[in-house]
Each structure stands twice: as structure tokens, then as C-alpha cells.
Ligand binder design. Structure first.
Ligand SMILES: NC(=O)c1ccc[n+]([C@@H]2O[C@H](COP(=O)([O-])OP(=O)(O)OC[C@H]3O[C@@H](n4cnc5c(N)ncnc54)[C@H](O)[C@@H]3O)[C@@H](O)[C@H]2O)c1
Length: 330
């Protein structure tokens, strides 16, 4: 099969490697000419400083990328997603299957990525949508370390098709699911709690506090799942608790790293400037905070994190306030 990958960053190239290892032809499109050049000449992912299979080719010509295949895998930060979709629209001359592996929610609208695609792509050019999510650091996939993720779509046929494209019995096991909402919510919301976990660690708190935050974070995630009608199996699966665990406990998580720096007292803008890769949790926290306020969803950790990040509340004061909330049943 031929697959076009839009976005040649860490995860775009991690997934490109899996596709190439599975024998598929991969063309990567990126707006950054340096990235395209390094893929074509040195066969490396510059974000991770890792070699990638030589069969992976790259271009910065959007027309060439769109024409290359009928399967477009998007792996760009959600902040630039609308821009990336806008750039492909003029060259869409036939229906395509869209896959998204980015994890985030649009702050202004709380739209999931699938909703943005459905809104922006002409139904005549839309063959379907699949979300890829689960505990998956690009750093480990690049090294061929065992990883399990989920291919989720409203269409079981599309979910299974993408499952078969990416499944690799040596190191990359893919499950299929029809709970698209659950998969998209889990991938986005867990980044909020990774930021919060980093913040606690930066403040010098211990394992007990981190375990408590992850557990109560899962409860808050569940309230959003209930609100949107997502399945509890997803909350307890790879795209929910699985991704929450990996992102709250791994040094590879840039959301955790950003939280850690803020917890150590670094300014938010200074922290974001120092990160070479995307920190989705900040946008998602903003989105979740406003939705929770509007819809009366009780989300104390999200509220506290929002106050630290956007209102510059001292992290110590924020967790002291969390601890001093009214006593209640679990
Ligand atoms: N890195 C991981 O381990 C990992 C794992 C799972 C999911 N994700 C998710 O994948 C998404 C991307 O993360 P990443 O780590 O690859 O980020 P990254 O910063 O490493 O790469 C993003 C890439 O997108 C490119 N880009 C920006 N605008 C573009 C456009 N309009 N068209 C085409 N390319 C464009 C950039 O040049 C860059 O190469 C995020 O939502 C992240 O949460 C990342």
C-alpha cells in the first residue's frame, strides 16, 4: 500500500518506520525544508536523532503528497491542524481515508479532531476517519520496542483496515475499536494529567501524590467520557488508562517535562520556548477547563492546573487547595 504521512516530526516518522517495516510505500510531507532534506539525504529523524528506513521519502510539495496515495495519515500538532487540512483541500481530487495520530482538542470549540475533519472536508472527498491512539512514545517505537495501540473509527471496516496497515507482530500490536469518541478523548485528556504530574514532581512531591493524581485524574477523565457518551471500556483500555500511565510516568513525555519545569518555578512562556516539541496538554487543559465550567463538570485537578498555568497561581497553593477540599466519599 501507499501511505502519505503529513508531518515528519517524531511521531510522524515513528509511524512511518512501522509502515515501512510492514512493506508499505511511505511519502512524508512536512512544511520544514530542513526536515524533508534530512529524511531524503541522511535518512534521519532530527527531533530524535534516529535513523529511519531508507525507503521512506519526503517532500515539501503538497500536491505531490496528496496525489501519492488515498490514505493520508496526519501527525501534526493540533494547533496547526486546520492549517494543514486547508493546505491539502485544493489538491483533493478523489475520496481519501484520513487517519489522525495527533492528540488534542480545539480549545475554542472543544471539537475533537474527527469533528474538525468532518467539518472541513467535502463529503465527496471523505472516505472515512480513523484515530490512532494509545501508550506510544516515538522514542521507543523508533528502537523497535514493543508497543500496543488502538485504531478507532465509527466504521469497523476502516478501523480494521488501519489496524492491518500498521500491525507488526515483531513490535507493534494494533487493536481495533469503534469507540472513536473514547479514543480521541483519552489521547487528549491524559496530557493534562501528565502536565500536572510533572508539576507535582517539580515541586518535590512523591510517588503517593503522583499515584493519587493519576487515579483522581482518571475519575475526571471519566466524567468527560460520560458527558460525550464514550465507552468505559476505552477509559480502562490502551487509549485511556494505558496512555495516562505512560505519559504520567515517563521522562519521554514532553507534557510531563513542561509541567516539571513549571513546578520548578520556570515561567510558562520560557518553558514553552525551551521545548523543541509540541506540548498539547496546555491547549487541552484550556479546552477542558472552559467546557467543565460551562457544563458543570466537577473537575478540581483541571481547575487547579488551569489556575497555575493561566492565572499564575503558585503550584504549592494550588495543591494545598486541592488537599483542603471538603471530605467526601470516594
Ligand atoms: N512524539 C510522540 O511520542 C507522540 C506519540 C503519540 C502521539 N503524539 C502526538 O503527535 C502529534 C505530533 O507530535 P510530534 O511529537 O510528532 O511533534 P513534533 O513537534 O516532533 O513534529 C511536528 C511536525 O509537524 C510539522 N508541521 C507543522 N505544521 C505542519 C503543516 N501545516 N503541515 C505539515 N507538517 C507540519 C513540523 O514541521 C514538525 O516536523 C502531537 O499531537 C502529539 O501529541 C506524539
Amino acid at each position: 500500500m501507499k501511505v502519505t504521512v503529513i508531518g515528519g516530526g517524531s511521531w510522524g516518522l515513528g509511524l512511518s518506520k512501522v509502515l515501512a517495516d510492514n512493506g508499505h510505500d511511505v511519502l512524508v510531507y512536512d512544511v520544514n525544508e530542513k526536515i524533508v532534506d534530512k529524511i531524503n539525504t541522511l535518512h534521519i529523524c532530527i527531533q530524535l536523532n534516529e535513523f529511519i528506513p531508507e525507503s521512506i521519502k519526503a517532500t515539501n510539495q503538497i500536491k505531490e503528497a496528496v496525489n501519492f496515495s488515498d490514505v493520508l495519515l496526519f501527525v501534526v500538532p493540533t494547533k496547526v491542524l486546520r492549517q494543514a487540512i486547508t493546505s491539502i483541500i485544493p489538491d483533493l481530487d478523489r475520496p481519501k481515508l484520513f487517519i489522525n495520530a495527533a492528540k488534542g482538542i480545539e480549545p475554542e470549540t472543544f471539537k475533537r479532531v474527527s469533528e474538525i475533519f468532518e467539518e472541513m472536508i467535502d463529503p465527496d472527498k471523505f472516505k472515512g476517519f480513523v484515530a490512532l491512539s494509545g501508550p506510544s512514545h516515538a522514542e521507543e517505537v523508533m528502537k523497535g520496542l514493543p508497543t500496543l495501540i488502538t485504531s478507532a473509527s465509527k466504521s469497523q471496516e476502516n478501523a480494521k483496515y488501519v489496524q492491518s496497515l500498521l500491525h507488526n507482530s515483531d513490535y507493534f500490536r494494533v487493536y481495533s475499536s469503534t469507540d472513536l469518541i473514547g479514543a480521541e478523548l483519552g489521547g487528549a485528556l491524559k496530557n493534562i494529567f501528565a502536565l500536572a504530574t510533572g508539576l507535582l514532581r517539580g515541586q518535590g512531591l512523591g510517588d503517593n501524590a503522583v499515584a493519587a493524581l493519576m487515579t483522581r485524574g482518571l475519575v475526571e477523565m471519566g466524567k468527560f467520557y460520560d458527558y460525550f457518551g464514550a465507552g468505559k471500556e476505552s477509559l480502562m483500555g490502551l487509549t485511556g488508562v494505558g496512555d495516562l500511565i505512560v505519559t504520567c510516568t515517563s521522562p519521554h513525555s514532553r507534557n510531563y517535562q513542561a509541567g516539571y519545569k513549571i513546578g520548578k518555578g520556570k515561567d510558562l512562556n520560557e518553558t514553552l520556548d525551551s521545548m523543541t516539541m509540541v506540548v498539547e496538554g496546555i491547549r487541552t487543559c484550556e479546552a477542558a477547563y472552559h467546557l467543565a465550567k460551562k457544563e458543570n463538570i466537577d473537575a478540581p485537578i483541571i481547575n487547579a492546573l488551569y489556575d497555575v498555568v493561566f492565572n499564575r497561581v503558585d503550584p504549592k497553593l494550588a495543591y494545598e487547595q486541592l488537599l483542603s477540599r471538603d471530605q467526601k466519599a470516594e
